[in-house]
Design a binder for this molecule. Sequence first.
Ligand code: URA
Length: 182
Amino acid sequence: MTIQAVNKLYDIDFPHRTIVKGDGLAASKIMLIGEAPGREEVEQGKPFVGKAGKNLAEFMQVLGIERKNIFITNTVKFRPVKISDCNTVSNRPPTDDEIRLFLPYLLKEIDVISPKIIVTLGNTPLKALLGGGVTVGKLHGTINNFGGRTLYALYHPAAIIYNPPLKDVYINDLKKLKNILG
Ligand code: URA
C-alpha cells in the first residue's frame, strides 16, 4: 500500500477546516493514534509535529524505532478550537460528535494500514475504539483486542507535561511495548 493510496482514503471536505491526514510508513506494523491536530500540525499538514511531537520523539527513542517507520494518525482530523472573548484561538478536546464524525475514517485507516499493533495515545482514541466506559488510567500498559488486532494503550505524551509523576509509569509502559514488539 503506497501513501498515495492511503491518502485517497480521506475523501473529506469540511469548508474552512484543514484536514490533517495520517503520515508515515503505510506498510508499518505499528499504528499510533493521537487525539487531534493542533496549530503546528495544521500549519505543517502532519500529525505530531508541534510540542507533542517532541514528546513523541522521546517515545520513539525508548522504543528504538524511527518515526519514518511507523504510521501516525489522529482520531479527529481537524483542529478543535475555542475562541476566547478577546478573540484568541486555542485548542480544546474534541467533542463526542467530532469523534463520531471521524470514526469511519479512522476505521478505514486501520483496515488499509492493517497494523499488527495499534497504540492509542490518551483517552480519545481509546474510547473511540473500545467504547465510552474505558479509561487510559485503567488500561495503560495493557494489551487489548480490537477487531482481532492488538491494541496497546498508552497515556498521551502531552499528559506527561501536565503531570510529571506520570513519566516513570509512561517509560515503564513503553518498555513493555518494546518487549511486545520484540
Ligand atoms: N498533535 C497531534 O497531532 N495529535 C495530538 O493528539 C496532539 C498533538
